[in-house]
Design a protein. Structure first.
Length: 163
């Protein structure tokens, strides 16, 4: 019995290797995407909780109190919404890590799964966010300032700057 010709054996071995690599990439890519999205989600939740703690500290300390925070955002978009007095975070989710239509409160953050994206919202009833600020991925310096109590609105006014 004769063995395979060395050229045929080499081509066969290379073909099997390429098929194995292709299968590994097809299986591994969705897992990597999902892992990246979970990382962005957890990072955003931690950032919102950090901001919330700082906001509450500034409000308790009274008029003129300031707090500077360094945030590192690995993905998504953050907005301080002056119209609704909310901190919002939105991220794309190709692997839909938070099911579409699912909405619940975790750590006083409303988390909602939308089609292909996730929305986190932290609302304030007694705080008036005075300016609209948006930022995305990167390292940010956030300065929160208590501008005093507005007796007409019944809210503490909070100015936000991001650089």
């Amino acid at each position: 019995m004769k063995g395979l010709h060395p050229l045929v054996a080499t081509v066969l071995l290379i073909s099997i290797t390429l098929v194995a690599i292709s299968i590994a990439l097809r299986v591994g890519d969705p897992l990597m995407t999902r892992s990246e999205e979970i990382l962005v989600f957890q990072d955003a939740k931690n950032n919102i909780l950090t901001l919330d703690t700082a906001i509450n500290d500034v409000v308790v300390q009274g008029e003129g109190a300031k707090r500077a925070i360094k945030l590192s955002a690995v993905g998504g978009n953050y907005v301080f919404d002056d119209g609704t007095d909310q901190i919002k975070f939105e991220m794309d989710s190709a692997s839909q890590i938070y099911a579409e239509g699912l909405s619940n409160f975790t750590d006083n953050i409303n988390i909602t799964g939308l089609s292909g994206e996730i929305l986190m919202v932290k609302s304030y009833d007694k705080i008036d966010i005075m300016n609209e600020i948006a930022f995305g991925t990167g390292n940010w310096d956030v300065i929160l300032t208590n501008e005093g109590y507005n007796s007409v609105l019944g809210k503490t006014e909070l100015s936000v700057t991001v650089s």
